[in-house]
Design a binder for this molecule. Structure first.
Ligand code: NOJ
Ligand code: CA
Length: 657
C-alpha cells in the first residue's frame, strides 16, 4: 500500500504548471471548468465553490497515425441554454436543461473539446474532424485527478458484467471502477463520474494510470485490441461528473438525460409504463423450468392464470420466460428459436386472450450471447410479435458473446442499439437484461424502457444474495444512470413454497433457497425506491393471493409524474417520494441498522386530505407486516420506523369528499 501512496505522491509532483486559457462557469457560478492548451496535452480542471475538485488533468484521444496540434491559437465558441422539456415517461415528466457551453477547437482544427457546466455537474466530449475516413482509436486520455481524497462507491471495472458487489473505498485506493463512480470528497462535495449518450463506441471504465497515478478512462476493446473504429468525423459520448451538496442531490439531478438528444420517436402514444407479473421466479428457485416438461412454467394453463391475475389486480403486463424453443441449448451452443413457441404454449390463443382483456403480452428473447443468430431474425421476430399485438420484449444475454466480443465493447453497444431501433419500428418497448449500461438514451429512444445492469433479485435465488447495505448503495450508484428492472417484491421471503416442494431442481447451488435478505415491508418499498417504468411484482402469483399487503401494488402506478429523493446517506438509508396522477407513494429503506426518520409531508398537494396507508416493519419478524391507515395533509409529519434491513412503504390517496 505504501508503494501506491509513494507512486501517487511522485505523480502529483510532476503535474505540469497550469495556465488556464479558457474558463466556463455554471449558470449559478458555483462550478467552474478551466482549460489549458499551453503544455504538451489539453488539460482541464474543475472547481466547486472555489475549491479544486479535479486538479489539472489530461484530455485527448489516441488514434493510430493521427496527430493533432495542441499549442497555439484556439478557436472558441460559447453558448448558453435554458429550456424546460417534457418526456412521455420518467421519474419526472418535466425537466429543466440549463447550462453554459464552451467548444474549444485546437489550432489545426482536427479536435474540438466541448464542455458544459450545469448547476448539477459538468461534462465534456470529443468532436473529431480528421481527414481520414476511419480512425482506429487505441486509447482515450480523459483523466480524473482528484484534488483531495474522500470516499467512493462503485463496482469493479468489467467489460462483461455489471452484476457485481459494490466496493466502498477511499478514492486514493481505487484501482479500477465502472461508472457511475460515486464519491464524497473530504470537503463534502458529492459527485459521480459517468458517461452520457453512448453510441457506436465502447463503454468507459476508469482505471488507475500507472504513469500519472490519475484515474483515467479505459475503453472496452474489440478482440483485435483496438478500442473502436470510428469515422474521421465523429462525436464521442459525454464524460460527465454529477456534482451535489448532499447525497440525494445526485439522485434528483437530470444531468444524464439533459446530455442526450430529444426523442427521435415522433408518436410515443404506444409507449406506456406498466406494472407486470411473470412466469419467472419459479425457474430461479428451481420449482419450474424454462424447458418443456412436467415442470414447464410457460404453459397455456399458467398463462391464463397469470393474465386473469393481472386483470384482477390492476396490472398491465404479463411476461412468460421459456415460451420459445431452444432452452435446452442454453449454456451450450446457445441456439434459440425466436418465433416458435413450445407445443404446450398456445401462443395464438394466449395473445388473443390477453388482447381481449386489455393485458400486454410480453415476449422474452434470451440469446445466450449468440448475437449473429438473433440479429439475423430480429426484424422478422419483432414483426411477428407486433402481429400478435405485443408491445414489450425482454431481452437477455446470459452467456459470452460469440466471436470473443465483450458485452460492453463497440460491437456490443452497436448491437444493443440495433435492437432498440428495430423495436421502435414495430412499436415495441425494450427491457434488456445483461445490457449495456444506461447513459440516458431513453430520452432519445423512449422505447428503451428499463434494463438490468446490476445484481437484481435473481441473485437471491442462487447466491449469498443482495444485502440491505447493497440495496442502500444501489440508488446512489447504478440508479443514477437510469431505470432498473430489479424485479422487486418477493413476498415469500423465506421461500416456504419452494422448500415445501420435494421435487424442486437444486440447480441453485448450496447458497440458494436461503431467504431474501430484507423485511417484507422493504420488498414493498423497493417498488418505489428502485424506479422502473416497467415495474414487476416478481413473486409467483400464489404468494400474493390473499395477502393484504399486495394492495400497495394494486394501488401503485408505474406511470410516474414527479419524484424526489427526500433524505438519505450512501449505503445507509434512502427515502423517495413519487407522484403519479393525484396519488403519492413513499418508499424508505435502511441498511443493517434499525432507524427512525421524521418525514414532513410537505411534498403532498396543499389543502388536500389523503388516506395514508402505511406498510411497516414488525420488529424481529421480517416476514410480517403492520398495515395502518391514517388521514393526513401536507402540514403533517410521519415517523418512519424501520427494523434492521427493513423499510416502509406509504401510499397517499386523496380522500373522496
Ligand atoms: C438472466 C436474467 O437476468 C433473468 O431475468 C432471466 O430469467 C435469465 N437470465 C434467463 O433469461
Ligand atoms: Ca441477469
Amino acid at each position: 500500500m505504501k508503494h501506491i501512496y509513494l507512486t501517487l505522491a511522485l505523480a502529483c509532483a510532476s503535474v505540469p504548471a497550469f495556465a488556464a486559457t479558457e474558463s466556463l462557469k455554471s449558470p449559478d457560478g458555483r462550478i467552474e471548468i478551466r482549460f489549458s492548451n499551453d503544455g504538451e496535452y489539453p488539460v482541464y480542471e474543475v472547481s466547486v465553490d472555489g475549491g479544486q475538485l479535479i486538479a489539472p488533468s489530461r484530455l485527448g484521444l489516441d488514434a493510430a497515425g493521427w496527430n493533432y496540434a495542441v499549442k497555439g491559437e484556439l478557436s472558441t465558441t460559447r453558448n448558453s441554454h435554458n429550456e424546460t422539456w417534457h418526456q412521455p415517461w420518467g421519474e419526472n415528466k418535466t425537466c429543466v436543461d440549463n447550462y453554459n457551453e464552451m467548444a474549444v477547437t485546437l489550432p489545426d482544427g482536427q479536435l474540438t473539446l466541448r464542455f458544459r457546466a450545469y448547476n448539477d455537474g459538468v461534462a465534456l466530449r470529443y468532436e473529431l474532424n480528421a481527414s481520414a475516413d476511419t480512425l482506429v482509436i487505441t486509447d482515450e486520455q480523459t483523466h480524473f485527478r482528484f484534488a483531495t481524497d474522500g470516499e467512493s462507491w462503485a463496482i469493479p471495472a468489467s467489460f462483461e458484467t455489471y452484476e457485481l458487489e459494490y466496493r466502498h473505498l477511499p478514492i486514493r485506493e481505487v484501482t479500477d471502477a465502472n461508472t457511475p463512480f460515486t464519491f464524497r470528497t473530504n470537503e463534502g462535495v458529492f459527485g459521480s463520474i459517468h458517461e452520457a449518450a453512448l453510441y457506436d463506441y465502447p463503454e468507459m471504465v476508469i482505471r488507475r494510470d500507472s504513469v500519472t497515478g490519475d484515474l483515467k478512462s479505459d475503453l472496452a476493446p474489440l478482440p483485435d485490441g483496438v478500442k473502436a473504429y470510428v469515422p474521421g468525423r465523429f462525436t464521442t459520448p459525454w464524460r460527465s461528473i454529477q456534482i451535489g451538496h448532499s447525497a440525494v442531490d445526485l439522485i434528483n439531478s437530470a444531468l444524464i438525460l439533459n446530455l442526450n438528444e430529444p426523442s427521435k420517436i415522433a408518436d410515443t402514444s404506444w409507449i406506456r409504463p406498466q406494472k407486470y407479473v411473470g412466469i419467472w421466479w419459479g425457474m430461479h428457485l428451481g420449482t419450474q423450468t424454462w424447458t418443456m416438461g412436467p415442470r414447464h412454467g410457460a404453459t397455456t394453463e399458467n398463462a391464463v392464470k397469470y393474465i386473469d391475475f393481472a386483470v384482477a389486480n390492476n396490472l398491465q403486463g404479463v411476461l412468460f420466460e421459456g415460451w420459445n424453443e431452444g432452452w435446452e441449448n442454453w449454456g451450450g451452443n446457445q441456439h434459440f428459436d425466436y418465433m416458435k413457441a413450445y407445443d404446450d404454449f398456445d401462443i395464438d390463443f394466449i395473445a388473443g386472450y390477453a388482447r381481449d382483456r386489455g393485458i400486454e403480452l410480453w415476449m422474452h428473447d434470451e440469446t445466450g450471447g449468440n448475437i449473429p443468430e438473433f440479429e439475423a431474425v430480429l426484424d422478422s421476430a419483432f414483426a411477428y410479435y407486433a402481429s400478435l399485438g405485443v408491445h414489450t420484449v425482454k431481452t437477455g444475454y446470459a452467456g459470452g458473446f460469440k466471436g470473443g466480443y465483450f458485452h460492453h465493447s463497440q460491437y456490443g453497444v452497436r448491437h444493443y442499439q440495433k435492437v432498440v431501433e428495430t423495436a421502435a419500428k414495430y412499436n415495441i418497448m425494450i427491457d434488456a437484461h445483461e445490457p449495456i449500461k444506461e447513459t440516458g438514451i431513453r430520452r432519445t429512444w423512449p422505447n428503451m424502457m428499463t434494463r438490468e445492469g446490476a445484481r437484481g433479485m435473481e441473485w437471491n435465488a442462487w447466491s449469498e444474495g443482495n444485502s440491505a447495505d447493497y440495496l442502500c448503495t444501489l440508488p446512489y450508484v447504478r440508479l443514477l444512470s437510469g431505470p432498473m428492472d430489479y424485479t422487486p417484491g418477493i413476498f415469500d421471503i423465506n421461500y416456504e413454497r419452494a422448500k415445501a416442494d420435494p421435487g424442486r431442481i437444486e440447480w441453485n447451488g448450496p447458497n440458494g433457497h436461503c431467504r431474501i435478505k430484507t423485511t417484507l415491508a422493504r420488498q414493498i418499498a423497493n417498488w418505489v425506491i428502485i424506479y422502473s417504468p416497467l415495474q414487476m411484482a416478481a413473486d409467483q402469483i400464489e404468494n400474493y393471493e390473499g395477502q393484504e399487503a399486495f394492495k400497495f401494488f394494486r394501488d401503485f402506478n408505474a406511470d410516474c409524474d414527479w419524484s424526489e429523493a427526500l433524505q438519505g446517506e450512501i449505503g445507509k438509508y434512502i427515502v423517495v417520494a413519487r407522484r403519479a396522477g393525484d396519488r403519492f407513494f413513499v418508499g424508505a429503506g435502511t441498511n443493517s441498522e434499525a432507524r427512525a426518520i421524521e418525514l414532513p409531508l410537505s411534498f403532498l398537494n396543499p389543502g388536500v386530505e389523503y388516506m395514508a396507508e402505511i406498510y411497516a416493519d414488525v420488529e424481529a419478524a421480517p416476514e410480517k407486516i403492520a398495515i395502518e391507515r391514517r388521514k393526513v395533509t401536507a402540514t403533517d409529519s410521519l415517523t418512519i420506523r424501520m427494523a434492521s434491513a427493513g423499510g416502509q412503504a406509504i401510499s397517499f390517496i386523496p380522500v373522496e369528499l
